[in-house]
Design a binder for this molecule. Structure first.
Ligand SMILES: [Zn+2]
Length: 239
């Protein structure tokens, strides 16, 4: 892209063609795939049809194709990209470091980092890592002002960190929107969270730390153990 030239928006036809090409790539990746793990074999055989099902059987994602097969409409975004130089005996050598965010738009997100001497392979490695790192996000409505029971926010307050950055996400009522820094808006959108308030602590300028802390915070929605009181309530409801 030349300087001063604005990035052109794609026409609906171009977008459609792009989506079609992506779907073809996905289908090819799945059909070429020879699973190496038990979980992978079950996915390829069509005996597991969702990530929820996959994780509930105790499997972990060892092969990125598991995600290709189970999450057809995955979103991918390059969130950070750097070129680093190293002095070696042969002189200067460059390598690229890419960070990619993936999400299913409803309850799974993953962040991956990949390095390579070439641009594209670095992004591809990061994407594979992100798929393997996909984590469940438990959405909910933890807002006492709202109490709608729909999964539009986080179920309770969560906090995540990355190096010196701390990101706290607080449940917000419907219609609030994402009251967060620009860096982490996409993270929440990728996980299907629509309304949230946030607090950020720490000083740093890297986008990656913000993204990583936000991913960590979202993963905490699934980590926090229910209090005894809550468990009793749930048992009552189940019984
Ligand atoms: Zn609500």
């Amino acid at each position: 892209m030349r300087k001063g030239e604005k990035e052109r928006e794609l026409t609906p036809e171009e977008l459609e063609r792009q989506a079609l090409r992506r779907e073809e790539d996905r289908q090819r990746a799945i059909s070429d795939w020879i699973p190496k793990t038990e979980g992978g074999r079950l996915v390829k055989a069509g005996q597991i049809v969702s990530l929820d099902d996959f994780f509930s059987r105790g499997f972990s994602i060892m092969e990125p194709q598991i995600v290709d097969a189970l999450v057809p409409n995955i979103k991918e975004k390059l969130v950070h990209f750097t070129k680093t130089a190293r002095i070696t005996r042969q002189g200067r050598s460059f390598s690229f470091r890419a960070s990619v965010l993936v999400g299913d738009g409803s309850s799974y997100i993953g962040l991956g980092i990949g390095s390579d001497r070439e641009r594209l392979p670095a992004i591809e490695k990061a994407t594979r890592q992100a798929k393997k790192a996909m984590k469940k996000v438990k959405r909910g409505c933890g807002s006492w002002e709202c109490r709608c029971k729909e999964p539009h926010s986080v179920p309770f307050e969560v906090e995540g960190n990355s190096s010196s950055i701390r990101v706290r996400l607080l449940p917000a009522p419907k219609g609030t929107g994402l009251v967060v820094g620009n860096h982490i808006k996409e993270v929440l959108m990728f996980a299907g969270v629509k309304d949230v308030w946030s607090k950020t602590k720490g000083r740093t300028s890297t986008t990656l730390d913000f993204v990583s802390a936000a991913v960590h915070a979202l993963a905490m929605t699934n980590k926090v153990r229910l209090s005894l009181e809550m468990q009793k309530k749930l048992e009552v409801r189940a019984g």
